[in-house]
Ligand binder design. Structure first.
Ligand SMILES: C[S@@+](CC[C@H](N)C(=O)[O-])C[C@H]1O[C@@H](n2cnc3c(N)ncnc32)[C@H](O)[C@@H]1O
Length: 357
């Protein structure tokens, strides 16, 4: 459902859905090219596990009301307000808040924290403090900003336990666990939203957070002793680089096994487990990093016909994939029947020579 309200160059419209409505500032071209989409209603049985509370030194924050396994949904929420990331004119932001929102939404929006301007009620300041990145709308492929009543209370950590994803099907945001979260634990995300981090070193992260959000981060990575921080600062860029290199490296290895019956798997596994240890040490649980790693390990273990190890790593990949996309990405099937995987037994198989996998 989509109801236009005004005829200015920006449209303030409501996604009047069964559960929760989002006030949207859409440019005319988006409004005109918007396809007839029936968004799925939010399933009420997906109870939100987020509870807003005071957190020492951080203002308000969110804690998990119950334990959440890795990859699973912590909470789902419709945004209060959405708009393109750039070109927002302050008076349009203010008028959308004043006219398109319900009084309850307006009160929730105005109560959000504002670290950007002296006037706490300034709409643009609230938007800039509290927005999440959302991919483009139909017909308008630019980034959007979304402000939420609950999600916008989630604090930052440089080793977060959760991440935000946008679910196009329900026109809602999701917070998913990147690692198992226990009951009562603070739920944290990264304010870098995948820019810079996790390769950024401490002073780069601190600068970004101070300039963008006006606080000094004291998360468990930033609060380490200076010696441990120095090690972390050396490790982080190396980890990120290694993870992106795995793809090319493991392809070369597999090619080598198939074409020449190469036996370098021990060196490759050693390399992969060194990266795993470094990711664990730095508490980096970004699904993209772990899926890269898991894919390489599964490939090698499959090639060597090691079903138990394949199962373990495929299950792990499925959890990370759920955090990233909401689905297991085909990993559950590999975990169930490793022998059916295309990589199974590829090591030292001369009959496969010349075939690229
Ligand atoms: C999006 S709001 C998060 C919710 C906010 N704490 C509140 O009270 O509504 C962002 C603000 O929260 C605070 N904040 C977020 N993460 C923090 C952290 N790790 N340490 C201290 N303050 C933090 C900062 O003041 C930042 O400008």
């Amino acid at each position: 459902m989509f109801e236009g309200q005004r005829t200015s160059s920006w449209r303030e419209s409501l996604h009047g859905l069964a559960t929760g409505a989002t006030s949207c500032m859409f440019p005319r071209q988006v409004k005109h090219s918007w396809p007839e989409i029936e968004y799925k209603p939010i399933d009420r049985s997906e109870a939100s596990c987020l509870r807003i509370t005071d957190v020492r030194g951080k203002g308000k924050g969110c804690v998990a009301a119950s334990a959440v396994p890795r990859g699973e949904l912590v909470a789902r929420e419709r945004a209060l307000l959405m708009m393109p990331r750039t070109f927002v004119i302050p008076k349009h932001a203010a008028s959308t808040v004043a006219t398109a929102m319900t009084p309850k939404q307006r009160a929730a929006f105005s109560a959000l924290y504002n670290c950007k301007s002296a006037d706490p009620g300034d709409a643009l300041g609230i938007i800039r403090t509290n927005s999440f990145l959302v991919p483009g709308m139909p017909g308008h492929n630019v980034l959007y900003s979304a402000v939420f009543e609950t999600f916008s209370r989630i604090n930052h950590s440089c080793c977060p336990n959760a991440m935000f994803r946008w679910d196009k099907e329900t026109f809602s945001g999701e917070i998913r666990a990147m690692r198992p979260i226990s009951e009562g634990e603070e739920v944290t995300i990264s304010y870098f939203q995948e820019i810079l981090e996790p390769a950024a070193v401490t002073h780069e992260r601190q600068k970004f957070l101070l300039e963008g959000y006006n606080f000094k981060c004291t998360c468990s990575i930033c609060a380490r002793s200076s010696k441990a921080r120095a090690r972390s600062d050396e490790d982080r860029p190396i980890i990120t680089m290694s993870v992106t290199d795995i793809g090319a490296y493991h392809r070369e290895m597999v090619y080598d096994w198939i074409t020449r019956g190469g036996n370098d798997h021990a060196r490759l596994l050693n390399y992969l487990h060194t990266i795993e240890a470094a990711l664990d040490r730095e508490m980096i649980f970004y699904p993209t990093h772990w899926i890269y790693l898991a894919r390489a390990v599964v490939m090698v273990r499959c090639a060597l016909r090691e079903a138990k190890a394949v199962r373990k790593w495929a299950q792990r990949a499925a959890q990370h994939s759920r955090a990233l996309t909401g689905s297991d990405g085909g990993w559950d099937a590999i975990a169930r029947e490793p022998e059916k995987c295309g990589w199974w037994g590829t090591w030292n198989k001369p009959r496969l020579r010349g075939i690229w996998v």
